[in-house]
Ligand binder design. Structure first.
Ligand code: 5GP
Length: 194
């Protein structure tokens, strides 16, 4: 088991409806030393790629992206959730359905901060059905930037997002991939990674 899998096993709480709570270290209270280890690992997994910008989504991707960004010496842009899209024109817009909140949001990124000259690494905390990621990918494509990779902290491998995105040929790296989790007895099985 790697450092993140160990932490998930120790502190993750499985909720009904395929939700894993990791708010003691990832998305409410944040363990910055763990984020630092994740940053090192993302840098290793995307070594040699000409990444000059990190893109994430509000809110829980931001902390992870910021610590990772130190290793790429790149700024972080986060897609903002917005109920109105009347700022369209100067913004890239995508529609994203939230897995945890079951609602639809528009996410927006200013055209000033993503251009055809950029080489982007997308970072997020979770990958479930892939809706958040598809939104970010569409924004990168619309901007004309090059998508160099996608780094995820926790992928729920039993949900379809990861497979769909790999099938589309995107370089997707998840630090922990959950194969199975059982809310009744609290067990989590991880996919073996080399
Ligand atoms: P997706 O769009 O891939 O279905 O879901 C991705 C987003 O939903 C993530 O950015 C994350 O905020 C949230 N999410 C999905 N599954 C979980 C989960 O099991 N636990 C938590 N805490 N967040 C989740």
């Amino acid at each position: 088991m790697n450092f993140l899998e160990e932490r998930i096993e120790k502190e993750g709480i499985i909720r009904e409806g395929n939700v894993l709570k990791v708010d003691s270290f990832l998305n409410h209270q944040m363990d910055i030393e763990l984020f630092e280890q994740m940053g090192v690992e993302f840098k290793k997994r995307f070594e040699g790629k000409p990444i000059n910008k990190i893109l994430t989504i509000e809110a829980s991707g931001i902390g992870i992206a910021c610590i990772a960004a130190r290793h790429f010496h790149a700024p972080v842009v986060f897609a903002k959730k917005s109920k109105s899209i009347n700022i369209e024109g100067e913004m890239y817009v995508a529609e994203v359905e939230s897995f945890t909140h079951k609602c639809k949001n528009h996410v927006i990124v200013s055209k000033k901060f993503l251009t055809p000259q950029d080489h982007v690494l997308i970072i997020d905390d979770f990958l479930a059905n892939g809706c958040a990621l598809q939104g970010l990918i569409s924004i990168v494509h619309e901007s004309g930037a090059a998508l160099e990779g996608i780094g995820i902290a926790i992928e729920k491998g039993f949900q379809p997002g990861g497979r769909a995105i790999r099938n589309l040929g995107y370089p997707l790296e998840s630090l922990a991939i959950i194969e199975e989790m059982d809310a009744k007895n609290g067990t989590i099985t991880f996919r073996k990674q080399i």
